[in-house]
Design a protein around this ligand. Structure first.
Ligand SMILES: Nc1ncnc2c1ncn2[C@@H]1O[C@H](COP(=O)(O)OP(=O)(O)OP(=O)(O)O)[C@@H](O)[C@H]1O
Ligand SMILES: [Mg+2]
Length: 237
């Protein structure tokens, strides 16, 4: 079976800085895969190249059989790839409900959009309670939920999540991860970038470990959790 997302030899450069030095990575339909690695390993650069925010210096990105490398963001969204960026990027002066509606702006099926809105409020109880509140007044964790919900409102085929746990209190981190697992369990394909390796490995089926712009290790999440190198370098053991 071919992968939904297939990345080969991906390179990302910032001028003379080679942030991503030729990586291969696959995600199959319905999989929850994590990309872990330390500060500066190149995780965000990889996701930004996958989502069209950065133009790869080299390599191919194939999504659902279609070559995507170098395509503009709006075409990637239409193809079904949705990025929830680091730092979230909700619209602070719009309400929760308005932010969610923005996620569906490319869709014409209004009745289905309303159904999905209800589905989001079912998935994120907090957002339902705060539906008429301005997004800028939400807590960090609530904004993260909103950013995920907004991405889902576009009915993507795959979600790219950049460090959803960043800066959140432990209880909120657990909630966010539970939601990501539920979304994946319902069939969504997810690539989860995390610095919190333990958490990511507990949630994902497979993992890629990134170091200095390269994939240094890749296996099932279970095997990574038990690998002495991963444990020493990323799990503080
Ligand atoms: N806009 C930029 N201009 C120049 N160098 C950059 C830029 N963005 C990132 N880099 C460099 O590229 C490398 C990879 O950064 P990247 O943000 O992809 O790492 P990361 O794995 O996401 O790290 P973090 O865990 O801190 O988010 C780093 O050395 C970083 O300094
Ligand atoms: Mg990053």
């Amino acid at each position: 079976m071919s992968a939904l997302l297939e990345v080969k030899g991906l390179q990302v450069h910032y001028g003379g800085i080679q942030a991503v030095k030729g990586i291969d990575l696959d995600v199959h339909e319905g999989e929850l895969v994590t990309l872990i690695g330390a500060n500066g390993a190149g995780k965000t650069s990889t996701l930004n190249a996958l989502s069209g925010l950065l133009k790869p210096a080299a390599g191919s990105i194939t999504f659902a059989g279609q070559p995507l490398a170098g395509m503009p963001v709006h075409q990637l969204i239409t193809a079904g790839l949705a990025l929830v960026p680091e730092g979230r990027g909700v619209f602070p002066r719009l309400t929760v409900a308005e932010n969610l509606a923005m996620g569906a702006y490319v869709r014409a099926d209004q009745a289905e959009v309303r159904k999905d809105l209800d589905r989001m409020f079912g998935l994120f109880e907090r957002l339902h309670e705060r539906r008429d509140q301005k997004a800028g007044t939400l807590s960090g964790g609530e904004q993260q939920m909103l950013a995920i919900g907004r991405a889902l409102m576009g009915r993507p085929r795959m979600l790219l999540l950049d460090e959803p746990s960043m800066g959140l209190a432990p209880l909120m981190v657990q909630k966010i991860i539970a939601v990501i697992r539920q979304v994946a369990a319902e069939g969504m394909t997810v690539l989860l970038v995390e610095q919190n390796a333990r958490l990511a490995l507990q949630a994902a089926q497979r993992a890629y470990v990134m170091e200095g712009g390269r994939i240094s290790f890749s296996d099932t999440a279970h095997a990574c959790l038990n690998d002495p190198r991963v444990r020493a370098a990323y799990l503080g053991e």
